[in-house]
Design a protein around this ligand. Structure first.
Ligand code: ZN
Length: 82
C-alpha cells in the first residue's frame, strides 16, 4: 500500500487535510469523497513525481462510491412484494 504524505484530520463536521511535504498547504473538506478529491488534486499539482499517491486517493474514492451504491441498491423492505 503506497503511503500518502497527506493526512486527513476528521472532526464532527469537516475534514482538515494537511501535507507532510507542504507545511504551507492545508484544505478543508466536507465528507470523505470531497476530502479525497482535494487530496488527489493537491497531489497531482504539487507531487507529480508520486503518481502512486493519487491512485490511492482514486481507489479510496471509488471504493466509497461502490459502498454508497451498494447501500442504495439494498432492498429495504423485501416483504412488500407479497
Ligand atoms: Zn504536498
Amino acid at each position: 500500500m503506497p503511503t500518502s504524505p497527506i493526512k486527513l484530520d476528521k472532526s464532527d463536521s469537516s475534514i482538515v487535510l494537511t501535507c507532510d511535504l507542504c507545511p504551507w498547504w492545508s484544505a478543508l473538506a466536507i465528507g470523505k469523497p470531497n476530502a479525497w478529491t482535494s487530496a488527489e488534486q493537491h497531489e497531482r499539482i504539487a507531487h507529480p513525481e508520486l503518481p502512486q499517491v493519487y491512485r490511492q486517493a482514486r481507489y479510496e474514492r471509488e471504493s466509497y462510491a461502490r459502498r454508497a451504491a451498494a447501500a442504495r441498491e439494498m432492498p429495504r423492505e423485501p416483504e412488500m412484494s407479497r
